[in-house]
Ligand binder design. Structure first.
Ligand code: M6R
Length: 617
């Protein structure tokens, strides 16, 4: 939520800041703003709506300063408006601040500052920060860089409660930005006579591949030539630079109309790279994990904890791990897990899935389990992300940067990695036969080519045609049984988030326990049938909705067992193991949602009210 960019160097800051904001816009797009250090003042320009408005309507090209900070907002406190947009200035206009996160005690801080004579011009929680910095700067009475400016920032952070990634400009310190993070992401890219700051790596990857990943409560003073790191007590420390292997072009649209479409088409590559070289001589290897047979045998429970799409990937894994490894698996929504006092012991393994690795609820749920003695394993797509730094162990999907708000390749890569993990556990535990595991291994290895088959032109036409017929609908239903129900949940989420069509996913057998009351003539029901054993049961449920006038779309690899002419639309996918069938069956649903959103003329990459990375609770 909210994107932050910063630049200190010898070039004009504004084009770099705007470029970074455009790349970070997926994190929030209610309003945007920049603050640039000009000769004798801090110049702030802001606008509501997209970065384009800021860029085109505010004469930002006039700004010539070479140091600046910028922000694209996902509103929490205060509606999207110019005055609530960042950067925020203190009353003296000496300090400018951009902030991602939430200051939970802002009301009491605002009251304190008001009593000291400060005035507030916005409804945001952020505006207390520049004013507190100003307050401490003058209270301490030291105007040097470390003991004055930095101390004012560290003193401020000591009274802030909540989460924050902050950049601060001080009119008296040209070519300097101070940054700090706590529970919100912030990275610094090291250049030659210039340094960059951003909420995530792809935003500034085209400028440098050398990154510093800031830790919680770590402060940095960034100037043109140097970066110095401090703790909250102003002790300086060394920090290692990390070289990032991602190709800068991975965060470009590459000729596709939208990032989402590009990312759907990147799935064969994402799966291939996630599998990597893990299979060797029919053994699945996770050399970075220290698990032993004895440890896995001691487990009484595995929790898989995540949000949204990542949680849906966890549901697919539950089915597989329970069957292959005979360990009970519970899948929890992170925001529920953290407050429901789950039973956690040293015999519990907690697996956390997060594409971004920055989701606040998932990180909090991880900290909770760790504090209670469980081992924690993070699955993320972003090397060095917060969740991987908190967890005992981390493994990575290799999907490349995912920019579109709607997650696609991250989901299929997560299901792939979890399948590999399931095989790895089953091998150690010897709870599945070698034959069964090698059948599954072959199924996984075949997936990249099978995904390419699903993405073939002919299928795209079928799905575009279906989209044209149903895009004006108000409600849709997704049905499935077993693993098809798990993927139905993901199909339904995709549809609602980018097309704004209300949709529900149901276990097909549950339909007649209530929701069937909503089925009437014209309502579209999308069913997934990939498990031969369950096909006849789901077919009966589809018949029940046809009888009540529903339009039906069937996604299947079980053509032999269904009457293909009985449904309005049928999309076929290749046959695979039912453990991993969601990796194929989800793709027509991703595409259908995409085409429906396009028919409706919507911005598929930046759906309303959403942000890619949910770094607030
Ligand atoms: O970065 P994360 O995987 O932790 O994100 C979790 C969810 O916010 C995310 O999957 C969300 O549901 C997507 N917008 C779904 O497309």
């Amino acid at each position: 939520m909210c994107g932050i960019v910063g630049y200190v160097g010898e070039k004009k800051a504004t084009p770099i800041l705007i470029n970074g904001l455009l790349r970070l816009e997926y994190r929030g797009y209610d309003s945007a703003g920049i603050a640039v250090l000009e000769k004798d003042h801090i110049d702030v320009r802001k606008d509501i709506g997209r970065v384009k408005n800021l860029q085109e309507n505010n004469h930002v090209e006039e700004l010539s300063g070479t140091t600046g900070i910028a922000h694209t907002r996902w509103a929490t406190h205060g509606k999207p408006s110019k005055e609530n947009s960042h950067p925020h200035l203190d009353n003296s206009k000496n300090f400018a601040v951009v902030h991602n996160g939430i200051i939970e005690n802002y009301s009491e801080l605002r009251e304190f500052l008001t009593k000291q004579g400060y005035t507030f011009y916005s409804q945001t929680d952020t505006e207390v920060i520049p004013n507190l910095i100003h307050y401490y700067y003058h209270k301490n009475g030291d105007t040097s860089l470390v003991n004055g400016f930095l101390r004012a920032v560290t003193d401020t952070c000591k009274v802030l409660k909540g989460s924050y990634a902050i950049e601060v400009l001080n009119k008296d310190f040209p070519n300097t930005v101070i940054v700090v993070r706590k529970d919100s992401p912030l990275v610094i890219a090291k250049g030659d006579k210039e340094n960059y700051i951003a909420s995530d790596i792809p935003a500034i990857l085209s400028y440098s591949k050398d990154f510093y990943l800031l830790e919680d409560n770590e402060f940095a003073i960034i100037t043109t030539d140097e970066i110095h790191f401090y703790d909250a007590d102003l002790h300086e420390h060394e920090k290692h630079v990390k070289s990032i292997e991602w190709d800068a072009s991975a965060s470009e649209k590459d000729g596709y109309e939208d990032y989402m479409l590009k990312e759907i088409f990147e799935q064969p590559k994402a799966i291939r790279e996630t599998i990597g070289t893990r299979f060797q001589d029919y053994i699945c290897r996770f050399e970075e994990l220290p698990f032993t047979k004895e440890y896995l045998q001691s487990l009484t429970q595995i929790y898989i904890v995540a949000c949204g799409t990542a949680m849906h990937a966890g549901l697919v894994a539950k089915n597989m791990i329970e069957k292959l490894c005979h360990i009970p698996v519970t899948v929890d929504i992170a925001s529920e897990f953290r407050y429901r006092n789950p039973l956690i012991t040293s015999h519990t393994l907690c697996i956390y899935i997060s594409q971004s690795g920055e989701t606040a609820d998932t990180i909090a749920a991880l900290k909770l389990a760790k504090a209670q003695g469980a081992k924690t394993l993070a699955i993320s797509n972003v090397i060095g992300s917060s969740i991987t730094r908190e967890a005992d162990y981390s493994i990575y999907t290799h999907a490349g940067p995912e920019i579109a708000v709607a997650s696609t390749k991250a989901y299929t890569a997560q299901v792939t990695l979890l399948s590999l993990l399931g095989i790895y556990f089953a091998q150690l535990l010897e709870t599945s036969t070698k034959e069964d595991l090698s059948v599954l291994q072959n199924a996984i290895l075949a997936l990249p080519n099978q995904i390419a088959e699903v993405l073939k032109e002919e299928n795209l036409h079928i799905l575009q045609n279906i989209a044209k017929k149903i895009y004006q609908e108000k409600d849709m239903f997704f049905l499935g049984r077993g693993v098809d129900y798990c993927v139905a949940l993901e199909g339904s989420l995709k549809l609602k988030e980018i097309s704004y069509i209300h949709s529900e996913a149901y276990a097909a057998g549950e339909l007649k326990h209530g929701p069937i009351a909503l089925i009437e003539s014209g309502v579209t029901v999308i069913s997934i049938l990939t498990d031969k054993a369950l096909t006849p049961k789901t077919v009966s449920n589809i018949q029940e909705v046809i009888t009540r006038g529903a339009k039906t779309v069937v996604i299947t690899n079980d053509e032999e067992n269904i009457d293909m002419n009985h449904y309005d639309f049928v999309v076929t996918i290749p046959k695979t193991s039912s453990y991993v069938s969601p990796i194929l069956s989800v793709i027509p649903m991703q595409l259908l949602s995409y085409y429906i959103a396009k028919e409706k003329g919507l911005d598929v990459d930046k759906p309303r009210n959403l942000a890619k990375s949910v770094t607030v609770e």
